[in-house]
Design a protein around this ligand. Structure first.
Ligand code: PMP
Length: 406
């Protein structure tokens, strides 16, 4: 076999199979109780609504346009719908500020490509969304720990980046019900972050993939909305908002979007022209069809189901986990983050868990840019019913207690 490594570009050396992708295969084994995949429950998809949407498209005058190439910016009626929708949460923008991507994952890739030269520093929370690390890794950056409510000075970030041979370029975070911890950054934390970004003169990438999924507590304005209010208009902001229809409607259509100031959007459009010309025309039309006819009802439906599962998971953790473990209490999203006793390894626990208890989760280390904090786990409650959650956590609690006693 050819030795490809010396032919591949250096950037490919950091592209590795994600632990999560491998784990998703476990979902296919029927006897495993899986809290591993952070995916929406397919039973909650608005499939009848999508069927009507595609039927309407194929039986109406739109069919030729739907099957044709289209503009790189995205389907205008969908961008108009997004403008109206985000106005409700304080994001005042025009359709020109909205750019449609093939899922918000593509936005992360493009933003990595736009901002990161090799050796530049990306600030990410510790832990952060694994898919963001995978997207940025291709651009050969360094990572530094974005401590949202901490007291690291701008100079400290700058000095670390300079030592590593580049500049700080952006701070990336999911401020609402983050993947993996389920935690939310409060208003004061968001203000601090914007002040830090102003001081450092960097971009803020706000990943809003889970923003619609709030089950209780007060909604907090998106970072972009706060930036717009403080700077007097979107063109003066440094925040780039990445939205998605994957959690609210369905991920298989691959439709997401970016909202930001025009200089950023113009560059992203050029990237899209070079990469894939535009996102699927027909899927954008179908998303607009379904969203404009029943987005709120669909979101209400999934929130009800997921909030019951969140409650079941928190109750089961309380009931079964040993005293020396702790976990987050998310107000929304799909994840609870469990911290095991010091010295315990989530990956080792998973191997045991699969073999003896048939329960799957994601070891937390994968979500740390420096591979630290092995004693953590990401547990997703989105695809399990209350009964499975109770049984799965019961088994996990037993396993952790036994492992700790060893
Ligand atoms: N951001 C976060 C935080 C996610 O959890 C995900 C999906 N798991 C994405 C982005 C990507 O979502 P999509 O490309 O389907 O919009």
């Amino acid at each position: 076999m050819l030795d490809w490594e010396h032919i591949f570009a250096t950037r490919s050396s950091r592209m590795r199979a994600s632990e999560i992708r491998e784990l998703l295969k476990l979902l296919e084994q029927p006897d495993i109780i899986s809290f591993a995949g952070g995916i929406p429950d397919p039973a909650l998809f608005p499939d009848a609504e999508f069927k009507t949407a595609y039927n309407d498209i194929f039986s109406g005058p739109q069919v030729n346009a739907a099957l044709q190439y289209s503009v790189s910016e995205g389907f205008k009626p969908l961008r108009d719908w997004i403008v109206k929708e985000v106005a409700k949460i304080g994001i005042d923008c025009t359709a020109d500020n909205v750019f449609i991507t093939s899922g918000s994952q593509q936005a992360l890739d493009y933003l990595g490509k736009l901002f990161l030269s090799p050796k530049d520093t990306a600030l990410v929370t510790w832990p952060t969304y694994l898919g963001a690390l995978s997207a940025f890794n291709a651009y050969e950056p360094n990572y530094d720990n974005l401590s949202v409510n901490g007291n690291r000075t701008p100079e400290a970030y700058r000095e670390t980046a300079a030592k590593l041979g580049g500049d700080v370029k952006f701070a990336y975070l999911s401020a609402d019900f983050s993947n993996p911890t389920g935690e939310t950054v409060d208003k004061a934390g968001r203000e601090k972050l914007l002040a830090l970004a102003d001081e450092l003169d960097i971009a803020v990438i706000e990943d809003a993939a889970y923003q619609h999924l709030r089950y209780d507590g007060e909604a907090i304005a998106p970072i972009l909305a706060m930036d717009i209010a403080a700077k007097g208009g979107i063109e003066n902001t440094r925040t780039i908002y990445c939205g998605s229809f994957s959690k609210s409607l369905a991920p298989g259509l691959r439709v997401g979007f970016v909202i930001g100031a025009m200089p950023v959007i113009r560059k992203l459009v050029l990237m899209k022209q070079a990469a894939d010309l535009h996102s699927s025309t027909i899927n954008q039309i179908a998303i607009e069809h379904v969203a404009s006819r029943g987005f709120d009802a669909q979101v209400a439906k999934i929130k009800k189901a997921y909030s019951e599962r969140r409650d079941a998971m928190l109750a089961a953790l309380e009931k079964y986990m040993p005293k020396n473990t702790s976990w987050t209490k998310p107000e929304g999203g799909m994840f609870v983050w469990v911290t095991l006793p010091e010295g315990m390894d989530g990956a080792e626990l998973l191997a045991k868990s699969i073999a003896t208890e048939k329960v799957a989760f994601v070891p937390g280390r994968a979500f740390y840019a420096d591979g630290s904090n092995a004693n953590t786990l990401r547990m997703s409650f989105s695809c399990a019913n209350a009964e499975m959650i109770d049984e799965g956590i019961k088994r996990l609690g037993r396993l952790v207690a036994n492992a700790d006693a060893e």
